[in-house]
Ligand binder design. Structure first.
Ligand code: UDX
Length: 462
């Protein structure tokens, strides 16, 4: 099949490369010429496990092409995926300008029947707006509507996790397809079924529904996962006051198949490009309809406060004036296996420590460069504090002379450090662990003061 993907961001690039890998001819279109130049020169603008290999082997076979030539890319395709960004507006609602501009380009250049597949996460009703935008452009080109090429819009949200996106694309647990009931809709469904057939060999994973329900499904999935995390974080904070170990509770409830083990880890709060944005957008959608999503409002508030929990613990221990203190930070990316710093809890933690006068020495296996960039923006009003921020190349180097170690991201490299070396490097062996990586009993036997999230009972300090 001939396929065009509009937008070579995270979702677009992963989808484009993986769809080419299924044997299709894929054109990835982006208006950002520098991104296209980089891709054509063999570069990959994001860090994502396995992505470089998939891109390389499909570029080599000529199945995957990158271009900024909109006309050529649109004319090429039977199926066009819209995978451009939907950043949050000031008020939290999704900004649809890029989606609608992509829709207008499609209307301007399409020559034959085209299926437009919306992959970006968009509020309910967006596919209708896309259809209107395409229709308006076609009306300019074809005053007689009967002569205009036909099209239909399908909603096919992505459920890719950063760091595992190639794997998630290649082994989906469900493929949600929202489609209209008319003839064009059924034609589109047949094409999408053909495209995704390799994933449905042993087991039918496609969930066919109407377009609006598909648009909503994506938000519902992310909102549910975010709710689980905030729920566990709130319980973890209580656990510390009532002599309960949240890790034992997680195991105790996770074994109930109705609950399950995933997404029950208490920590420093969720971040990334999806949960925070999607929770806010869903709240906003409700407001636009005169409704209030009370649970999601609480999910969002709990998460905002949770990003401060480590900082509050550090202040409780050292006082809120950290001048003269050196704090080591392990992990800056919002989660492991990515360099993404969007809404990362580390931004709140590092900024608060620097503002309190501490020197902060951090390590992250891949996000160092991006962290430097975003923290410079976050701290633009206190350039002197920024001078106190260093990022080093090895985890142990961050510990030299440190008064405390703060763990914000659970990279594998931090799972079993050499405890002897850690104690030798640090001024005082104190760990504030925002991801509950270590066994509190082991910490006790190593003589390391340890503060996890919701683990006070196991730490021996009820
Ligand atoms: C998420 C969804 O999982 C994915 O389906 C959707 O397409 C995009 O949004 P992603 O943003 O890549 O993917 O991150 P995810 O792995 O889901 O983690 C989100 C955040 O939750 C991270 O900050 C992570 O640290 C945090 N988290 C996750 C917890 O704090 N506790 C948990 O138990 C799980």
């Amino acid at each position: 099949m001939n396929i065009t993907i509009v937008g070579t961001g995270y979702v677009g690039l992963v989808s484009g490369a993986c769809i080419a890998d299924l044997g299709n001819h894929v054109v990835c279109l982006d208006i950002d010429q520098s991104k296209i130049d980089l891709l054509n020169a063999g570069g990959v603008p994001i860090y994502e496990t396995g992505l470089r290999e998939v891109i390389e082997r499909n570029v080599d076979t000529g199945r995957l092409v990158f271009t900024s030539d909109t006309q050529q890319a649109i004319e090429h395709a039977d199926l066009i995926f819209i995978a451009v960004g939907t950043p949050a507006d000031e008020d939290g609602s999704a900004d649809l300008q890029y989606v609608l501009s992509a829709a207008r380009s499609i209307g301007r250049w399409m020559k034959h029947f085209t299926v437009i597949v919306e992959k970006s996460t968009v509020p309910v009703g967006t596919c209708d707006k896309i259809a209107e935008a395409v229709r308006a452009e076609l009306a300019v080109r074809f005053p007689n509507a009967d002569q205009a090429p036909g099209f239909t819009i399908a909603s096919n949200p992505e459920f890719l996790k950063e760091g595992a996106a190639v794997e998630d694309f290649s082994r989906p647990d469900r493929i949600v397809v929202g489609i209209s009931k008319d003839e064009n809709g059924q034609r589109a469904l047949a094409m999408l079924r053909q495209l995704y057939a390799p994933f449905n060999r042993n087991h039918e994973r496609t969930r066919v529904m109407d377009v609006r329900s598909a648009e909503f499904t994506k938000y519902a999935a992310n909102a549910m996962l975010a709710t689980r995390i905030s729920f566990m974080n709130e319980l973890a904070n209580l656990a510390d006051h009532v002599g309960v170990d949240i890790e034992l509770v997680r195991q105790g409830i996770g074994s109930d198949p109705r609950i399950g083990y995933s997404f029950l880890y208490a920590g420093t709060g969720y971040g990334g490009s999806c949960f925070p944005k999607d929770v806010r957008a869903l709240i906003r959608t409700a407001e636009e309809h005169g409704r209030e999503l009370k649970i999601l409002g609480a999910v969002e508030n709990v998460n905002r406060d949770q990003k401060r929990v480590l900082v509050d613990r550090i202040f409780a221990h050292f006082g809120s004036d950290l001048r003269g203190r050196t704090i080591a930070v392990w992990g800056l990316a919002f989660k492991p296996n990515t360099d993404d710093m969007r809404d990362a809890p580390s931004r709140v933690v590092v900024a608060a420590l620097l503002r309190a006068g501490a020197r902060v020495v951090a390590h992250d296996p891949v996000a160092a460069e991006e962290a430097r960039r975003v923290l410079a923006l976050d701290l633009h009003d206190v350039p002197a504090a920024l001078q106190q921020f260093d990022i080093v190349g090895k985890p142990m180097d961050a510990l030299r002379g440190a008064d405390a170690l703060v763990i914000v991201t659970e990279w594998k490299a931090y799972r079993s450090p050499n405890w002897g070396a850690l104690k030798r490097e640090m001024q005082q062996a104190i760990i504030f662990d925002g991801r509950n990586l270590y066994d509190p009993h082991l910490m006790q036997s190593e003589g390391i003061a340890y503060h996890g999230i919701g683990r006070a009972a196991a730490e021996g300090s009820p």
